[in-house]
Write a protein that binds this ligand. Structure first.
Ligand SMILES: [Zn+2]
Length: 462
């Protein structure tokens, strides 16, 4: 326990130290920290070696949880509580080949059992007291840290291929190669996220990735990645900055600006990242056009009016996009979820409140995205639900509607202002930061740099 506390304290000291205030010449503080931590842990383990024993068992063909418990010497009431807690309380219902059980003994008394499933980032833990009663049981997620990586790619035939050819980190998988099926799934996911963020999010208004891209174009990207030291895996995080140089001349940039979210975001929302051109103009508009990718308009917007011939009212104050069942539905702009639930003819409905008096609604969903609720702050392009046919609906589609100051407007004809424009003070700050950022990037020279955790905005909305 003391070891853990010490390590946590060291970790916290590192994470909350302001990197800009750092003196001394070590450009890789995280590596030095990891080295010190490992040295400390190794020496401590040597001291404890006499009194502490770790018994490990691994699942082979046909193996069971009971078998693992027996192999590590767990019997009697501890055996029964392990079965009950792992299966019923922690939900580790079936073991697979490669799953590992570790039993920790101090002077022959069991004090901790860890169940480590393969392909999951973390482990189940049960702690025992001296009298064999289980004290605590929990899922312990694997520690990770974020790092920055600078990548330069030269486009050969497509951006996808250049990412696959040189944009994937060498430590994406434990072996550094694509060996298992899981490795290749992770590689494809990495490339897909990279391409999606670059082409469909960041430069969606500036570059047409089907027509503008030429062999010889070059892309520089500053990426944030998530590194899992225990699993020895890396995941794609987000693009921090990017620059696209066209072989035929000209370039476009995405320069980051971290700022507090707009006034409607709940207090405590983390600092957000937006991208701007060099002159401070936003890279994106307040709303994207469609809430689904590749949606086909199946019903246009029309205001309520009495049909002159037919004599009945035909109003459709929204746009219907037909899309396959289960297609992801995006929030078209940054905002706060103001409604999420069943609403008569809309079926499953989500409403999002935006700045400037706007609100958008998304109806007939088959299901909602997990991890969100009324009051959650969502960013443009975040998935908020999935296409369905609930409520008054004849087939899978999303009914998309927009209100401004409480009245319906046609989303297709509404003129969209830029997203999160920089106000005077912010523009000044942006201009001051730019040379500092650029000198940092140039010093990275293709390497990685760990980044401290993003701090939550605890000062309340402005
Ligand atoms: Zn509709």
């Amino acid at each position: 326990m003391l070891i853990t506390l010490f390590l946590v304290a060291m970790g916290a000291t590192f994470l909350f130290r302001n990197p800009h205030r750092q003196t001394g010449g070590d450009p890789w503080p995280f590596q030095a920290y990891m080295r010190r931590t490992m040295e400390f842990r190794n020496s401590l383990e040597a001291i404890l070696a006499d009194t502490m024993e770790i018994r490990t068992a691994r699942v082979e063909e046909g193996g069971t949880l009971g078998g693992l418990l027996y192999q590590t010497g767990i019997e009697g009431s501890r055996y029964l509580s392990c079965c009950e807690l792992f299966i019923d309380s922690l939900g580790w219902t079936s073991v697979r080949i490669g799953d590992t059980l570790q039993a920790f003994y101090a002077r022959d008394t069991l004090f901790e059992v860890r169940g480590i499933p393969v392909n999951r980032r973390g482990y189940f833990r049960i702690l025992f007291d001296r009298s064999a009663a289980a004290l605590e049981w929990e899922w312990v997620p694997e520690d990770n840290y974020r790092r920055l990586r600078s990548v330069t790619l030269v486009v050969s035939s497509s951006v996808w291929e250049s990412i696959a050819g040189g944009g994937v980190p060498r430590d994406l998988t434990p072996t550094g190669h694509i060996v298992t099926a899981r490795d290749s799934i992770r590689e494809v996911a990495y490339i897909k996220s990279f391409e999606d963020q670059l082409a469909n999010r960041l430069f969606v208004y500036d570059i047409d990735f089907y027509y503008d891209v030429q062999p010889g174009d070059s892309v520089w990207v500053l990426l944030e990645e998530v590194r899992y030291p225990m699993s020895q895996e890396t995941s794609f995080g987000r693009i921090i900055a990017a620059k696209y140089d066209f072989a035929l001349g000209g370039m476009t940039e995405a320069i980051p600006f971290f700022h507090r979210p707009d006034s409607i975001a709940p207090a405590g929302t983390a600092v957000i990242l937006d991208h701007y051109h060099r002159d401070g103009a936003s890279l994106r508009t307040m709303f994207i056009k469609m809430p689904v990718p590749f949606g086909r308009i199946s019903s246009e917007y029309s205001d309520a009016r009495m049909h002159p011939v037919l004599g009945y009212t035909r109003a459709h104050r929204g746009i219907d996009y037909a899309a396959p069942m289960g297609t992801e539905i995006y929030a078209v702009g940054d905002g706060v979820i103001s409604f999420r639930g069943w609403s008569g003819g809309y079926g499953n409905l989500v409403r999002v409140r935006h700045v400037n008096g706007y609100e958008t609604g998304y109806g007939h969903m088959s299901s909602f995205a997990t991890g969100q609720e009324v009051g959650s702050y969502v960013r443009q392009g975040d998935v908020i639900g999935f296409v369905g046919s609930t409520g008054l609906s004849t087939g899978p589609h999303v009914h998309f509607e927009m209100k401004k100051n409480g009245s319906y407007v046609n989303p297709a004809t509404e003129i969209m202002p830029p997203a999160n424009p920089l106000l005077d003070m912010q523009l000044q700050q942006f201009n001051q930061q730019l040379p500092v950022l650029e000198s940092t990037w140039s010093r990275m020279a293709g390497g990685c740099l760990p980044v401290p955790e993003a701090e939550a905005d605890t000062s309340g909305a402005e």
